[in-house]
Design a protein around this ligand. Structure first.
Ligand code: GLU
Length: 593
C-alpha cells in the first residue's frame, strides 16, 4: 500500500522558496546586539525577526512566555501572512517550573455539513489537488484565536489588549515585505482573492516587491476590535457572518460552513503525549496531531541502536532513521485521526512491547522490502465498506524568567491558505489534511472527512526535559508531513549526537514517509552518503525540501536560541542578544553569533 507520498508540489515549492543567500538574517529594528544572555532571562525564537522582537518586547514588560507567544503569533499574522494567522489553527504546548504540562488544541474543524465525500468528484475519485487545496471548501472553522484566548486566560500575565500592540503597530505603520513573502506570492499567490489580492498585488498582476513597505489597515482594525472585545466576538455576530458569507458566496465550490459552525468552535485541552528516550522525557501534542506520537515512535524504535556511537556521519545511522520513519508513518497513516471521532490507540502505539516488535523489523544491513502498519493493542476494528501535505505554517518557542516555556506551531496550511480573505486575514485551507478518499483497500480510513471533525496534523511542538527534570529543549517546525522527521532528526542530533539545537536543525534531512523510497535533502552533507545508503538498499532521491524549524535550548544555565538557516528565522533574548544565523545548511562547523 502506498503511504503518505511525497507531494511533488511540496518539493517544487520548497526549491523555489529557498532564499538565495539561504542563511543570513538581519538584526531586527531596535534590537541591540549587546551581550550574551544571562541566566534566567527570557527568549523567543520565531520565523521572522519582527515577530521575535514583539515577543521580547512583551517579556520585557513583564509578560509570561504565553503572552510573548501570543504577541509573536499576531505579528507573524501581519508580516508572514502566507503561513499562519487568526484564520487558521494551532497547537500550544506549555510547561512551567514544576514540570506541569498543558497542551491546547486549536485545530480547525470541518463544517457540520461535511461528509466523507467532501473532496470527491461526482465520479467518486478525489478532486485534482489544485481544486482540493484552494477555495472555500478547503477552509475549516479557524481555531487559533480560541486557543490563544484559552491559554491567555490561564497563563497570561499582561492584559489581552497589550499583546496586540506590536501587531497593530506594524499593520498600521507598515512593514517590509520579506523575500519569502514575495516569492510565495509570485509562485503560489495566484489563488488569493478580494482584499488580499488588492493588498498583495496592488497593480493587479505583480506581487508587492521584496523590501517594499506595505500597510494593512483593514487587518489593524480587526486586531483593534479583538484586542478591545476579546476573542469571543470573532466567533459570532458580524465576524462569523462575514466568514460564512465569504465561504458560501465563493464562486467555485462554495462551502456550506455556517455562522453556527463558527459559533460552536471550542479550543480543547488534550492529554499531552510523553515518553522517555534514553535519559530524556519528551512531550508533545496528542491527536488530532499525529506529530507528537509519530516523533516518539520513530525515536523509541531507534532506542536499541547505538545512535551516539554511530554518529551523524554514519550512513547506517541515517538508514536506521529512514526505516524507523517508514514504520512509524505506516501506523500514523492507519490509526491517527481526531480522537473525538475515531478510536486512536495511543497507549498501544507507545507500548514498549509493541515498539520493540516494530523495531525488530529494522535491520542495520538492509532496507525492508515493504512496510505495513502494525497491530497495536486497542487498534480499532476496521470498518469494511462497500465501496496525502503542503507548505505553510510557522513555529515559535518562548521562555520567561519565571521558568514558563511555551512552544507553538500555527498554520493556515498552504501558502495563503484557501486564498479567501476576510477582515484583512486569510482563511486557512486545512481541510485537505483529511484523507480525500474515505476508504482504502475496502476499509474506512481514520482520517476521513466528517462534520465537526479536526483533520489529522503533522505539527509537533515538542518539549524535552533533561534528567534533572528541567526543560532542556523546546522545538517545532513547519513543512507539512516533513515536520515529524525534522523533529526526530533534530532530537537525535541534540540528544544522541551532542549537537547544538542550531546545528541539529541546520543538518540535512532524510524524509522517508512511504513504504519505500524517500528524499535526501539537496544541498546538504547527506547527499555524499547516497552511494553507501544505496548499498543498504535505500532508494532515496535527492531533492530540495522546504524546511523551517525553531528551537530554544537550555545550556550551561542559560537559554540559547536556534532558528532554521533555511528561513528568515531568528532568536532573541531579553538581554538584547540576537542569534544571527549565517551558515548555509551544509556548513555545520561555522560559528553563529
Ligand atoms: N497543515 C499541516 C499540518 O497540520 C501543516 C502544513 C505545513 O506545515 O506546511 O500538518
Amino acid at each position: 500500500m502506498s503511504l503518505a507520498p511525497v507531494s511533488k508540489r511540496w518539493l517544487v515549492l520548497a526549491a523555489a522558496l529557498l532564499l538565495p543567500a539561504c542563511t543570513t538574517t538581519g538584526t531586527p529594528p531596535g534590537a541591540a546586539v549587546a551581550r550574551s544572555p544571562q541566566a534566567g532571562e527570557g527568549i523567543v525564537s520565531a520565523a521572522d525577526p519582527r515577530a521575535a522582537a514583539a515577543g521580547v518586547e512583551i517579556l520585557r514588560k513583564g509578560g509570561s512566555a504565553t503572552d510573548a507567544a501570543i504577541a509573536t503569533m499576531l505579528v507573524l499574522n501581519v508580516v508572514e501572512p502566507q503561513n499562519s494567522g487568526i484564520g487558521g489553527g494551532l497547537f500550544f504546548v506549555r510547561t512551567d517550573r514544576s514540570g506541569a504540562l498543558t497542551t491546547v488544541d486549536g485545530r480547525e474543524t470541518a463544517p457540520a455539513a461535511a461528509t466523507p465525500e467532501w473532496f470527491l468528484a461526482p465520479d467518486g475519485k478525489p478532486l485534482p489537488s489544485r481544486e482540493l487545496q484552494t477555495g472555500a471548501r478547503s477552509a475549516g472553522v479557524p481555531g487559533a484565536l480560541a486557543a490563544m484566548a484559552s491559554a491567555h486566560k490561564r497563563f497570561g500575565k499582561l492584559p489581552w489588549a497589550d499583546l496586540f500592540a506590536p501587531a497593530i503597530r506594524l499593520a498600521n505603520d507598515g512593514f517590509t515585505v520579506s523575500a519569502r513573502m514575495h516569492n510565495g506570492l509570485k509562485l503560489y499567490g495566484r489563488h488569493v482573492t478580494g482584499w488580499a489580492r488588492q493588498t498583495y498585488f496592488p497593480d493587479g498582476a505583480q506581487p508587492v516587491a521584496t523590501g517594499s513597505t506595505i500597510r494593512v489597515p483593514l487587518f489593524a482594525q480587526t486586531l483593534q476590535r479583538i484586542a478591545r472585545e476579546g476573542a469571543a466576538p470573532f466567533y459570532r455576530g458580524g465576524s462569523a457572518a462575514r466568514i460564512a458569507g465569504a465561504l458560501s458566496g465563493a464562486e467555485q465550490r462554495p462551502s456550506p460552513m455556517t455562522a453556527q459552525d463558527i459559533g460552536s468552535y471550542r479550543a480543547r485541552d488534550r492529554q499531552p503525549i510523553c515518553a522517555t528516550y534514553r535519559v530524556y522525557r519528551i512531550c508533545g501534542m496528542g491527536p488530532p496531531s499525529s506529530g507528537g506520537i509519530t516523533v516518539l515512535m520513530i525515536l523509541k524504535q531507534l532506542e536499541r541502536f547505538d545512535m551516539a556511537g554511530l554518529g551523524r556521519n554514519s550512513p547506517v545511522a541515517w538508514h536506521l532513521l529512514a526505516e524507523s520513519e517508514r514504520l512509524a508513518y505506516a501506523d500514523r497513516d492507519m490509526y491517527l485521526g481526531d480522537p473525538d471521532f475515531v478510536q486512536v490507540p495511543v497507549p498501544g502505539l507507545l507500548d514498549p512491547a509493541y515498539l520493540a516488535s516494530r523495531s525488530a523489523l529494522i535491520g542495520e544491513g538492509q532496507s525492508l522490502a515493504s512496510i505495513e502498519p502494525g497491530k497495536p493493542k486497542g487498534a480499532p476494528e476496521r470498518k469494511r465498506v462497500a465501496f496525502k501535505d503542503d507548505p505553510g505554517t510557522t513555529h515559535l518557542s518562548a521562555a520567561d524568567a519565571a521558568g514558563e516555556v511555551v512552544t507553538v506551531t500555527t498554520t493556515i496550511n498552504g501558502y495563503f491558505g484557501s486564498g479567501i480573505a476576510v477582515d484583512g486575514y486569510m482563511l486557512n485551507n486545512e481541510l485537505p489534511d483529511f484523507d480525500a478518499t474515505p476508504a482504502k483497500d475496502g476499509y474506512l480510513v481514520a482520517n476521513r472527512v466528517e462534520g465537526g471533525k479536526r483533520p489529522r496534523s503533522s505539527m509537533a511542538p515538542t518539549i524535552v526535559y533533561g534528567p534533572d527534570g528541567k526543560v532542556r529543549l523546546a522545538i517545532g517546525a513547519a513543512g507539512g508531513s516533513t515536520i515529524i522527521c525534522q523533529i526526530a532528526k533534530a532530537l537525535i542530533g541534540v540528544l544522541d549526537w551532542n549537537m547544538s539545537a542550531q546545528d541539529a536543525i541546520a543538518m540535512g534531512l532524510v524524509f522517508a514517509p512511504g513504504s519505500k523510497g524517500g528524499v535526501i535533502e539537496e544541498g546538504t552533507e547527506l547527499v555524499a552518503m547516497l552511494p553507501q545508503l544505496q548499498a543498504l538498499g535505500e532508494t532515496l532521491k535527492v531533492a530540495p525540501l522546504g524546511l523551517k524549524a525553531n528551537a530554544i535550548e537550555y545550556v550551561d544555565g542559560r537559554w540559547v536560541g536556534a532558528a532554521d538557516p533555511r528561513s528568515e528565522g531568528v532568536a532573541m533574548d531579553t538581554g538584547g542578544h540576537v542569534t544571527v544565523i549565517k551558515r548555509r545548511v551544509n556548513e555545520l562547523n561555522g560559528a553563529h553569533e
